[in-house]
Design a binder for this molecule. Structure first.
Ligand code: PLP
Length: 409
């Protein structure tokens, strides 16, 4: 496994650099955004150098080539997540926009006072705030599935929380703080039993494991390109076809219409109905290259590799005195570990780790309610990807000991 990782590391030029202190980079902030392999950088460079043009509208060579590459990327994404058809892959700016799209279109058309939307205490702000905004406008009720001390969803509460009033159940596939991989099959089955639709936030799952949206029976599924080796500025909303067909458009403008007159407009077919204006073309092509890259490595390998690193990190970090890991044991989590260190503010942890070249994130990781649940304002988070090694975990642990020494003085 280690040899394979060494080869993979060579695909990521940024991993060769040092940071301000002169130490080699140990990049453990992958849950925030991943690094990009040469294949992705080259695919975007190639578009701008050789066939840069707007898509869908032109009949000239460059536009046709750009359209083929952009739509080809949509096909690749559809195969990657096992969508039945690429029409059901809507390009957005990312997970956040995908969830807002569902709130503003499906939500406005289907939710009214008396209805309930169920989310969880474990959600990223991207899967909380859009529902709060909509609740304040439409007057439905927003409820939360509580999280246990171990960082698992408290499924015992579902009997009471999931009822015929529940129209939509939104939950994160893999948590960006406690790392928990949620039991999607059970959650979807429970939602189906009361006739609720489900929206799954896959921002932290699609980059790290094989995902089959049909097997999960997701009504809506959202994720971002930049966390899966692709560029920023593009992401995906997958939806079931009948739902997408019935939903009103999100934004109005070019490309999303079939016909416009002074009197009114008719909408384009899927996916274009939801893609107003010039899309992020280079980014879409980059996302396609990222999917190709991850598939060439193999998502099962990515998952197995991260499990190995996470198990190792969990054990080594547990040895550090005063270090508290948030969330369940390594078997129930994805490749990230959020933690606190007694007597040291998470921002100080991150700043001191940077001196050793280690990049981690500190703060509430856009999950303030979850931190409030644990009675802490913030945590530090080390998050792993296919190019990380156990040797890098050793650098992290050594840097954590150094941090403690600084604060013991
Ligand atoms: N949901 C989860 C679980 C996340 O981890 C993130 C990003 O950190 C998001 C949603 C939002 O993703 P984006 O900022 O790419 O829209």
């Amino acid at each position: 496994m280690q040899d394979r990782t060494e080869l993979i590391r060579q695909d990521f030029p940024i991993l060769q650099r040092t940071v301000a202190s002169g130490a080699p980079l140990v990049y453990l902030d992958n849950a925030a955004s991943s690094q990009k392999p040469v294949a992705v950088i080259q695919a975007m460079d190639d578009y701008y150098r050789r066939y840069n043009a707007n898509v869908h509208r032109g009949v000239h060579t460059l536009s046709e080539e750009a359209t083929a590459a952009f739509e080809g990327a949509r096909e690749k994404v559809a195969r990657f997540i096992h969508a039945p058809h690429s029409r059901q892959v809507i390009f957005t700016r990312g997970t956040t926009e995908s969830i807002n799209l569902v709130a503003h279109t499906w939500g406005r058309a289907n939710l009214r006072p008396g209805d309930e939307v169920l989310i969880t205490e474990m959600e990223h702000h991207a899967n909380i705030v859009p529902w709060q905004i909509l609740r304040d406008q439409l007057g439905f009720t927003l409820r939360y599935v509580p999280v246990t001390d171990q960082g698992l969803l408290d499924l015992d509460t579902l009997d009471e929380l999931l009822t015929e009033r529940t129209k939509l159940f939104c939950f994160v596939h893999a948590s960006n703080v406690v790392g928990t991989i949620n039991p999607v099959d059970e959650l979807v089955a429970r939602a189906r039993a009361v006739g609720a639709r489900v929206l799954i936030d896959g921002a932290q799952s699609v980059p790290h494991m094989a995902v089959d949206v049909q097997a999960l029976d997701a009504d809506f599924f959202a994720f971002s390109s930049h966390k899966l080796c692709g560029p920023t500025g593009i992401g995906v909303l997958y939806g079931k076809r009948d739902l997408l067909e019935a939903m009103p458009p999100f934004m109005g403008g070019g490309d999303m219409i079939r016909e416009v007159t002074m009197a009114g407009s008719k909408w384009n077919s899927l996916p274009y109905k939801f893609e107003a204006g010039t899309p992020a073309i280079a980014e879409g092509i980059g996302l396609g290259a990222a999917v190709d890259y991850l598939q060439s490595v193999g998502m099962d390998w990515v998952r197995a590799h991260e499990q190995e690193i996470t198990r190792y990190a969990y054990d080594r970090m547990s040895e550090v005195e005063g270090l508290r890991i948030l969330g369940p044991g390594p078997e129930q989590r994805g490749g990230l570990i959020a933690f606190t260190l007694e007597g040291v503010h998470p921002h100080d942890i991150a700043a001191l780790l940077d001196r050793s070249g280690v990049a981690v994130r500190a703060g509430h990781h856009c999950a303030a309610p979850l931190h409030a649940r644990y009675g802490i304002p913030a945590s530090a988070r080390a998050s792993f990807y296919l190019y990380n090694t156990t040797a890098e975990v050793d650098v992290l642990v050594e840097a954590l000991h150094k941090t403690q020494e600084v604060f013991a003085l």
